[in-house]
Ligand binder design. Structure first.
Ligand code: 13P
Length: 251
């Protein structure tokens, strides 16, 4: 089964609206012929601007999180309806920075994922081990727990449309990329876990990205791996030329 590659930027807490306008304006012509699906996940305050600028282009807009609750007393949270009203299509859930700095757990990731699915947002669910976990041989167990926890109570039909991003925490923003063999091996393991949960058809169809210092120099080798279906790009997504070179890795 062929899986369409998906390259997504994660701007994190970067880009004012003025900066977002400049970046997207420069990016659009550079990626217009991309074979891969192109997504930019932007801060909430940039969504309106990004959706307006990306209209009629091949760039889709995503958010960086979504509340599990539909509405109510959840100060500082943003609901799925609020995101949908702005034209948001994708949403990142469970990024390691959310887990590390904001107390996200597999249970909160699961709750947010269920809401995103119910509302029709397209989720990109992040999983990944820390350096300590890798070095102590716990990578497989950690990823199994994260995948099982994220998908708890979610049907095979709903799971099939979810994108998973494998982001080893030690490779994020460090300039240290997993080798293509490490990334491939770990992502194949995640796919095996999806197969155990949902069967071969869902596992073969599911798109699994690599994330962690992916850039114009290493993208080609990573994307050549059979189980790597795309990338979730932090730092290199903040520069139009760099991000376009990642997106056009096969050009
Ligand atoms: P970097 O590409 O900056 O390492 O960030 C990766 C990431 O966390 C994307 O979500």
């Amino acid at each position: 089964m062929s899986r369409r590659p998906i390259i997504a930027g994660n701007w994190k807490m970067n880009m004012t609206r003025a900066q977002a306008t400049e970046l997207i304006t420069a990016l659009k012509p550079l990626v217009k012929d991309a074979a891969a699906e192109v997504v930019i996940c932007v801060p909430y305050t940039d969504i309106d601007t990004a959706v307006a600028l990306c209209k009629g282009s091949n760039i889709k807009v995503g958010a960086e999180n979504v509340a599990w609750a539909e509405k109510g007393a959840f100060t500082g949270e943003i609901s799925a309806d609020m995101l949908l009203e702005l034209g948001t299509e994708y949403v990142i859930i469970g990024h390691s920075e959310r887990r590390q700095y904001f107390g996200e757990t597999d249970a909160s990731v699961n709750a947010r994922l269920k809401t995103a699915i119910a509302k029709g947002l397209k989720p990109i669910v992040c999983v990944g081990e820390t350096l300590e976990e890798r070095e102590s041989g716990k990578t497989d167990d950690v990823l199994k727990t994260q995948v099982t926890g994220a998908f708890d109570g979610i049907s095979a039909a709903d799971a099939a449309d979810v994108v998973i991003a494998y982001e080893p925490v030690w490779a994020i923003g460090t300039g240290k990329t997993a080798t293509s063999e490490q990334a491939e091996e770990t992502i194949a393991g995640i796919r095996a876990e999806v197969k155990a949960l949902y069967g071969a058809e869902v596992a073969e169809g599911m798109r699994i990205q690599y994330g962690g210092s992916m850039n114009p120099k290493n993208v080609k080798e990573l994307m050549a791996q059979p189980d790597i279906d795309g990338g979730l790009i932090g730092g290199a997504s903040l520069k139009a030329v760099d991000f376009s070179q990642v997106v056009n890795y096969d050009a």
